[in-house]
Design a protein around this ligand. Structure first.
Ligand SMILES: Nc1ncnc2c1ncn2[C@@H]1O[C@H](COP(=O)(O)OP(=O)(O)OP(=O)(O)O)[C@@H](O)[C@H]1O
Length: 545
């Protein structure tokens, strides 16, 4: 099989402008050191991120070279050799071959790195200078809780530790808290005890989504972590301070992984693109439409615009899995639509070539990219940001947080209820009609639902952000609560003069005696309304009583 020459194909002509410095040939995908704009602008991706397939020692370290661990993984160098063209010139694989590589298994799983040096970003957690990295390199894995948003590399880090532990004869057992029962945990612990007693073998137990175990399930492994029978690695997207037993938490090192920055996702995507033998098209250098010809060869190749990779990285919102899935979907979708592939962007291409454009990747990811976990931490983070933006009278930021929640699928009535609360807590008597506005917004949302009610919420959010603020009532009421909760002994009785006296007996007991009915006086009335022991306390001025 041969690759059509640049003279036949405008896309190939464009690619051939990039020459391999070693062989002086047009660089195949695996050699292209393409650098999409986001990463270039950020300047953050390490040089090894680009054209990584050229570093065989790293591939070997990652366990890729023999392909043993990664059935289905496309090794760019091996692929180039397998698809070698006459004269030893490597070529990009045909479209059909790319389709076969992509079908059947999530690209994110295929691309999961096996070695720490392939783990992108997360420098604060596992960078070269970190304690965790030294411990991992020395195979001294402590019990860990890996906390971070979806797709940032928690499972991947555990997978790398597993790979490493195999080399040191440490057992690595995985359980998912979504499906495992307490009996499964007990079995693992029993086995770990035996391994430790009879073979002096350590066991690492990885529990994905550990927050899904309830507190008593988490208690099951507490003593075994304590005595070293198992080293626990838990992964969670939820704040472990709320979701993991305090006792267990104190025995684990919490590693906070962050949302991956755009340039890190670009690096991960480029690794996949290179690995699949997909060629990157520099969209700032359009092919000469006049130089196109037909590509009669059956070995069509797949190309992707560099800005499509950039856009994918932006839309995936720090979630590498979302980015890789998006890439997989976009390429597969273009491959299925190959027959209709013809004129695109005013240029025509041979039908055997497939070009994945920016709009292809946008289609699949546009809405789903908004990371928002209605039940989890993100829900509270966003509502807190909305509340604080309104309090700070930043109506623009407040609208942004409102949009983040609604576009992410938040219940509009939940937001409306928070606005009712805000109207009283933060606007209060500075503008009492804010409460009316907020209640009306709640009712309006109730009547018309989403998406129509979004504008009601937006209006109310802006109203509240721009309203004058007063926490006078809120603070005074908090003082009252503090006074009541801090009171020692029985609460003081209600003064007799303030009591109602509906019966004769009550009147005889002194109920209502000495009470001054204010409307009956033309001058200000001197009267005590607090219990005797609180006499003179002003809750608007002081907290203690
Ligand atoms: N830091 C990273 N370096 C390289 N690849 C990564 C990294 N993070 C994620 N990936 C890629 O994204 C995929 C998904 O990541 P992973 O399963 O580790 O996410 P996670 O944090 O465990 O997410 P979740 O909480 O949703 O399970 C991996 O299979 C891998 O291909």
């Amino acid at each position: 099989m041969e690759v059509s020459g640049p003279e036949d194909d405008p896309l190939l002509a464009q690619l051939h402008r990039v020459q391999c410095p070693v062989c002086q040939q047009a660089m195949p995908a695996a050699h292209i050191n393409a650098r999409p704009a986001a990463a270039a602008a950020a300047g953050g991706a390490s040089p090894r991120s680009w054209g990584e397939a050229e570093a065989p020692e790293e591939e070997e370290a990652a366990g890729d070279a023999d392909g043993e661990d990664d059935a289905g993984r496309w090794d760019a160098d091996a692929g180039a050799a397998a698809f070698g063209a006459p004269g030893g010139r490597p070529r990009a694989p045909a479209a059909e071959e790319v389709r076969q590589l992509l079908e059947g298994k999530p690209l994110a799983d295929t691309m999961r790195p096996d070695a720490l040096q392939d783990f992108v970003g997360q420098g604060r957690a596992v960078g070269p200078e970190t304690l965790l990295r030294s411990l991992l390199e020395a195979s001294e894995v402590p019990s860990l809780i890996l906390w971070g948003p979806p797709g940032c590399g928690k499972t991947t880090l555990a997978h790398i530790i597993a790979n490493n532990s195999k080399k040191h004869s440490i057992r690595f057992v995985t359980l998912s808290a979504t499906s495992a029962k307490t009996t499964d945990v007990r079995d693992v612990i029993k086995q770990a005890q035996n391994e430790k007693r009879f073979f002096k073998r350590k066991t690492i137990l990885f529990i994905d989504e550990i927050h899904r175990f309830n507190k008593s399930q988490q208690d099951t492994f507490l003593p075994h972590v304590e005595c070293g029978t198992i080293t626990l690695i838990g992964a969670t997207t939820e704040n472990p301070s709320f979701q993991v037993n305090a006792a267990l938490l104190s025995r684990c090192r919490v590693i906070v992984l962050e949302k991956l920055p755009v340039e890190a996702v670009v690096t991960i995507l480029m690794r996949a693109v290179n690995s699949l033998g997909i060629q990157v098209l520099d969209s700032s250098r359009p092919a000469d439409p006049l130089s196109h010809g037909s590509n009669s060869s059956s070995e069509s190749s797949v190309l992707i615009e560099d800005k499509a990779v950039d856009t994918l990285a932006h839309l995936s919102d720090g979630d590498a899995r979302a980015g890789l899935n998006g890439l997989q979907l976009a390429v597969l979708a273009r491959l299925s639509a190959r027959k209709t592939f013809g004129k695109k962007g005013g240029q025509s291409y041979p039908p055997s070539r497939v070009l994945v454009t920016e709009s292809d990747v946008k289609e699949g990811l546009q809405r789903s990219h908004i990371l928002y976990d209605r039940a989890g931490e993100e829900h509270y983070n966003c509502i807190s940001a909305l509340h604080k933006s309104m309090r700070g009278s930043d109506s623009s930021a407040a609208l942004y947080w409102l949009g983040r929640m609604l576009e992410g699928g938040e219940d509009p009535l939940y937001v409306a209820r928070r606005l009712v609360r805000f109207a009283s807590e933060d606007v209060g008597l500075a503008d009492p009609s804010a409460l009316t506005q907020a209640v009306a917004t709640y009712q309006g949302c109730h009547f018309i639902g989403m998406p129509e009610c979004e504008v009601l919420l937006a209006q109310c959010v802006v109203y509240l952000a721009r309203a004058p603020k007063s926490v006078e009532v809120y603070s005074a009421y908090n003082n009252v609560k503090a006074c009541l909760r801090g009171h020692q002994g029985p609460l003081p009785p209600v003064p007799l003069h303030l009591r109602n006296a509906p019966t004769r007996l009550m009147k005889d007991l002194g109920y209502g005696q000495g009470y001054k009915y204010n409307p009956a006086y033309s001058e200000p009335v001197e009267q005590e309304y607090l219990p005797q022991e609180l006499r003179g306390v002003d809750f608007f001025k002081q907290r203690r009583c």
